[in-house]
Write a protein that binds this ligand. Structure first.
Ligand SMILES: NC(=O)C1=CN([C@@H]2O[C@H](COP(=O)(O)OP(=O)(O)OC[C@H]3O[C@@H](n4cnc5c(N)ncnc54)[C@H](OP(=O)(O)O)[C@@H]3O)[C@@H](O)[C@H]2O)C=CC1
Ligand SMILES: Cc1cn([C@H]2C[C@H](O)[C@@H](COP(=O)(O)OP(=O)(O)O[C@H]3O[C@@H](C)C(=O)[C@@H](O)[C@H]3O)O2)c(=O)[nH]c1=O
Ligand SMILES: [Mg+2]
Length: 307
């Protein structure tokens, strides 16, 4: 099975590339700028077609939540028009598309975890552009999975885990919002889930499975609780630590508004595909450990292998 994933250095793309390397039955090809540019729709079909996918994974996106408030046209060009072009290319090639979307399509006013049929109402440009992307993907053809995930972190790219480790290296205390709740999700787990679902789609057993799903880490926390677990884990592995101080959203002003509750119920994905993410604490520990170990690998003695 040959998966073509959009975005080369993105967290989900890099995690899929890594997962593909350890599986003999899967080949993962990544396409990215300049030859594949979502902001230049004319590049999309040719780049995807040349990579000869059995399944397309649409993971590239404009993900700078605050910056999107200042660049709505670019955010929509990439996340809405571009995502639609990717799905159209997959449909034209006769293959399914697995498209990533976000918890930020919701406004956070629900009392509990969101299910797929709950009403969307994005608070900012990023969420609105991703919602328009979902609609464009759905309009391009029926053979799609839209996977809404959340709070993604990994050993790759930019993410909250790396930010907390960096800040802890030169601060005693970090103030983090404690009134936004959600599900931290490892891109390593997303990659595993995508490969699992893709294999089912590829075997063509599950035509009824196409549609929209929530796919996030198991268990919930707020950003402050997430930060605390990241840093306590870091300390246990000999990495940097800082005290985490709970603050309210109003004490951490940002350009974009964020949902106070973006908890996602991943029950539908679990029941249809038989895959459930590990507890968020466990997956956080895996990534923190890798980030700290990767650092020690840079020690000069590591490659000293004289011949
Ligand atoms: N990160 C998160 O917390 C969450 C992400 N998601 C969604 O999951 C998906 C994957 O996210 P994640 O892996 O974290 O994303 P990243 O921000 O890590 O990576 C995004 C990728 O998209 C690429 N990209 C951006 N603009 C373009 C463009 N115009 N043309 C082609 N490629 C482009 C980037 O390329 P380059 O390296 O060249 O900049 C990068 O490779 C996205 O759809 C995102 O919306 C959903 C919920 C949470
Ligand atoms: C760095 C930092 C952030 N925060 C807050 C800001 C914000 O509310 C929260 C998380 O910060 P981030 O900048 O990582 O948040 P953000 O970029 O909004 O993360 C989002 O990215 C997009 C792509 C998604 O799709 C979402 O699921 C979500 O993961 O923590 C603090 O309170 N203190 C800090 O020191
Ligand atoms: Mg392989």
């Amino acid at each position: 099975m040959r998966l073509v994933v959009t975005g080369r250095d993105g967290q989900v793309a890099a995690s899929l590339l890594e997962a593909g390397q350890s599986r003999a039955d899967v080949e993962v090809i990544a396409i990215g700028r300049p030859e594949f540019d979502l902001a230049r729709p004319d590049t999309v079909f040719d780049a995807i077609s040349a990579a000869k996918p059995d399944i397309v994974v649409s993971a590239a996106a404009y993900t700078a939540v605050d910056q999107a408030e200042d660049e709505p046209d670019l955010a929509f060009a990439v996340n809405a028009t571009g995502a639609g072009k990717v799905a159209e290319a997959a449909a034209r090639l006769g293959v399914p598309v697995i498209h990533l979307s976000t918890d930020y399509v919701f406004d956070g006013s629900a009392p509990g975890a969101y299910v797929e049929t709950d009403a969307t109402a994005p608070l900012g440009v990023y969420g609105a552009s991703k919602l328009a992307g979902e609609q464009a993907v759905a309009a391009a053809g029926p053979r799609h999975l839209i996977l809404r995930t959340a709070w993604v972190y990994s050993p790759f790219g930019r993410n909250f885990v790396k930010t907390m480790l960096r800040l802890a290296a030169d601060r005693d205390e970090i103030a983090v919002v404690a009134d936004q709740w959600g599900n931290p999700t490892s891109a390593l787990d997303i990659a595993d889930a995508i490969l699992h679902a893709a294999a089912m789609l590829h075997r063509n057993e599950e035509l009824a499975a196409f549609g929209t799903y929530h796919l996030a880490g198991t268990g919930e926390t707020n950003w402050s609780g997430f930060a605390r677990h990241i840093l306590d884990t870091s300390l246990a592995f000999g990495g940097p630590w800082a005290r985490v101080r709970d603050i309210a959203t109003m004490d951490y002003p940002t350009k974009a508004r964020r949902p106070a509750n973006s908890r996602l119920s991943s029950a539908k994905f679990a029941s249809v595909f038989g895959w459930k993410a590990p507890d968020w604490r466990q997956s956080t520990e895996t990534v923190v450990r890798r980030l700290l170990v990767d650092k020690t690998k840079q020690a000069p003695s590591f490659n000293a292998n004289p011949r």
